[in-house]
Design a protein around this ligand. Structure first.
Ligand SMILES: Nc1nc2c(ncn2[C@@H]2O[C@H](COP(=O)(O)OP(=O)(O)OP(=O)(O)O)[C@@H](O)[C@H]2O)c(=O)[nH]1
Ligand SMILES: [Mg+2]
Length: 709
């Protein structure tokens, strides 16, 4: 049911005794508002995901053009697509964050999430798949399956999301539908079944065959495969089919939808977005057969340890998940949410952040079209919208109404950063603005971390790769006017000792009146790695008076922060105060502290001091042919191979490698594997730095100290 009405209106009506939500939609081409009856059954949300450059943004653009939402089809190269609206996206001709596009087609509301494909933005893709009802994985008919295609598949599997495959760029030279389809079947799933077949390819690509509605011999076997898989969804139908009876079209359509929702069928499409062939057919298929939130059914939330099933019902308590936060130049902060249950009107409403316990007033919901939003006053289960000016919501937070839904959805998982730089403000003014710029940037980007390293004092910005960091720095400059220099972060080296030593420290000063006197004997012993520091007091007979002993311990704890070898913190040792002497008048806490310092310096230097460096656990995933290169490279960077595992055509190499050798690994691995490798790493333990390298580090550090003085 569609009405045309001349102004923005929203009501609830009773229609055929069903209380339904009215939804107003602005259709740019027709310049009118279209009003329809809304229910979750009519919602189609899907995430376009793929390797970088497979054509996601171009497909989104073509869908909008065919649907009449835009009158001219933009182009990624010209930087005028709806989806790639950020200046960094337009400058680089790539997507860097997920765009949300809302449209109406065949009475259905589409929420299209256009995720970026480059490895540096994998987290965006993962979040998009998490909140969309279907993952649409694009595979270029020329490039075939690539690293991030497999990542998209992995995420879809992880979230148990229904999958569709789009074999894109069918107009390109060397387009090979059959080969790509065969690869999808062998590498991902035999359930990948074409629903549209290409007619011709490259410059002869002229259209697509609708497999289900075709009687042509070319489509016969594909049709057979589709019907066979669809009827499996219904035992009675299956029996009929096996007995050779003809299956009614309506039955096929009904079961096809079920088969897609349950992943028994993963529909495969052939299309070209730039030539606009096969795109309309794709959109119509989405409207007709893609699962709605109701087809997806219940999802899990957790109330403490208790599992709570959330059903996509409009009359259930309102619940939603915040999956993206964006700073908008005009509106300010926009929080993107996926509604999982209930209904919420923006009029006079508050939204309650279950994770943070904060209740906030809201003014509107926005149906997004790239950077633009149209106000809508009510949202229902299945909707994906943005809320302006919500202060508390962070990515992964569960939103509800106070006293209503109280469980939490599982957090959204983001990959851990693997590439770090130390940032330095260019001027004092930049430094003043840094804190605010960083905290706003972190809010938007969950693959980014920022930390002041207590040991090296570096401000370390970590992300997924050099491109990611470059973009973050460019954005901070553009938005917040903060200019930052970068350098390789310092390795947080530490010092320790390898043998026992004993050292006296005696501080004595006789100057006119009151003198200073402190005298300590301390025994230093190595402790096992990770033990930290231990102070032992074994003074007998008051050689050091009780009241001065805390000053000795305090002194040690202070001096150990900058060791005598190269100024790094000293760890994994014990210091035993076993003897000393004092002066009735001249001894003080300060004198004993200074005496301790003398003992510490000498004692550590006598105990065979060495440098320790952090060693990382590294996991590298590469196609088999790069295994040799990756392992050889680890040898050259002091790494140790810990193991290998095969995952299909990919190999996982596990290694331990000093952090000092890993700062540029994101860049090195990319060039070594033409972008086909990925890796993750986390801190494992501290280990001794080999002598020759330690010498260099110590010399460099001494020089630095001299320069500073
Ligand atoms: N010939 C041809 N080129 C296409 C087609 N689709 C996209 N392209 C081109 O391929 C390049 C990448 O397209 P995008 O739409 O930006 O790809 P994407 O998957 O969104 O890329 P990222 O978001 O950066 O991962 C652009 O130059 C497009 O013009 C197509 O169907 N045919
Ligand atoms: Mg894109």
């Amino acid at each position: 049911m569609i009405f045309y009405i001349p102004f923005n209106l929203l009501l609830s009506i009773e229609y055929n005794n069903i209380k339904s939500k009215i939804f107003i939609f602005y259709n740019k081409m027709e310049g009118v508002f279209i009003m329809g009856v809304r229910k979750p059954e009519d919602t189609r949300s899907f995430a376009l995901c793929a390797h970088g450059g497979a054509g996601k943004t171009s497909l989104a653009e073509a869908i909008l053009f065919n649907n009449g939402n835009i009158t001219r089809m933009g182009n990624v190269q010209n930087g005028n697509t709806v989806s790639d609206f950020q200046s960094e996206e337009q400058k680089r001709n790539i997507s860097i964050s997920t765009s949300l596009i809302t449209l109406e087609r065949k009475g259905k509301t589409f929420y299209l999430l256009d995720a970026p494909g480059y490895a540096d933005f994998t987290g965006e893709m993962s979040a998009a798949i998490r909140v969309a009802d279907t993952a649409v994985i694009l595979v270029s008919s020329v490039g075939g399956i690539e690293v991030q295609t497999s990542k998209a598949w992995e995420y879809a599997e992880h979230h148990n999301a229904p999958v569709a495959f789009v074999i894109s760029k069918m107009d390109r030279e060397n387009a090979d539908f059959e080969k790509v389809l065969a690869d999808i079947k062998t590498q991902f799933s035999q359930n990948a079944l074409p629903v549209f077949l290409p007619i011709g390819s490259a410059d002869k690509f002229s259209g697509v065959i609708d497999v289900l509605n075709s009687d042509s011999p070319e489509a016969a076997s594909a049709k057979e495969a589709l019907i066979e898989a669809a009827v499996e969804m219904d035992d009675e139908l299956m029996e009929k089919y096996l007995e050779g009876e003809t299956i009614a079209q309506a039955d096929i359509e009904r079961t096809l939808k079920k088969a897609i929702a349950s992943k028994r069928i993963m529909p495969v499409f052939a299309l070209s977005s730039t030539a606009n062939i096969g795109v309309k057919e794709f959109s119509d298929f989405v409207a007709d057969y893609f699962p709605s939130p109701v087809d997806i059914g219940k999802i899990d939330a957790f109330d403490g340890d208790k599992k709570v099933e959330v059903e996509p019902k409009v009359d259930a308590p309102f619940s939603a998940l915040c999956f993206k936060v964006m700073a908008d130049a005009f509106v300010g902060k926009l929080s993107f949410i996926r509604v999982y249950s209930g209904t919420l009107s923006s009029e006079g409403s508050n939204i309650y952040n279950v994770n943070r316990g904060e209740d906030e007033r809201i003014s509107s919901f926005k149906l997004m079209m790239g950077k633009d939003g149209k106000d809508v006053k009510e949202v229902i289960a299945g909707d994906i919208v943005a809320i302006p000016k919500l202060q508390s919501a962070k990515v992964g937070d569960t939103l509800a109404t106070k006293g209503g839904f109280s469980a939490k959805f599982p957090p959204i998982e983001f990959p851990k950063p693997v590439y770090s730089v130390a940032v330095i403000a260019k001027t004092r003014a930049d430094e003043d603005k840094l804190g605010n710029a960083i905290s706003r940037t972190l809010e938007e980007d969950c693959s980014l971390t920022f930390e002041k390293n207590a040991e090296t004092r570096d401000n370390v910005l970590s992300g997924m790769g050099d491109m990611h960091i470059d973009i973050v720095l460019a954005k901070m400059k553009e938005r917040y006017g903060v200019d930052l220099d970068t350098k390789t972060p310092q390795v947080p080296y530490r010092e320790t000792i390898r043998k026992m030593s004993e050292a006296q420290g005696k501080h004595k000063k006789q100057s006119g009146g009151h003198g200073q006197y402190g005298d300590v004997y301390i025994r230093y012993r190595p402790l096992e790695r990770g033990a930290g520091f231990e102070f032992i007091d074994s003074v007998v007979g008051g050689a050091v008076p009780r009241n001065f002993i805390p000053a000795v311990e305090k002194g040690l704890r202070e001096y150990m922060l900058a060791g005598p070898l190269a100024g790094f913190p000293v760890v994994d040792f014990s210091a035993e105060l076993y003897y000393g002497s004092y002066h009735d008048v001249d001894s003080s806490e300060m004198s004993f502290k200074l005496a301790t310092r003398l003992s510490f310096k000498k004692g550590i230097m006598d105990a065979n001091p060495v440098l320790l460096e952090p060693v990382m656990d590294v996991e590298v995933t590469v196609p088999e042919r790069f295994m040799g290169d990756v392992m050889g490279d680890f040898n050259s960077r002091r790494g140790r191979i810990m193991g290998m595992e095969g995952h299909g055509k990919l190999q996982v190499v596990k290694a331990q490698c000093p952090l000092a050798e890993m700062f540029r690994y994101a860049i090195i691995l990319r060039s070594m594997t033409s972008g086909e490798g990925s890796f993750s790493m986390e801190y494992s333990h501290y280990e001794e730095v080999p002598g020759d390298i330690a010498k260099k580090v110590i010399a460099a550090h001494k020089k630095e100290d001299e320069d500073e003085e």
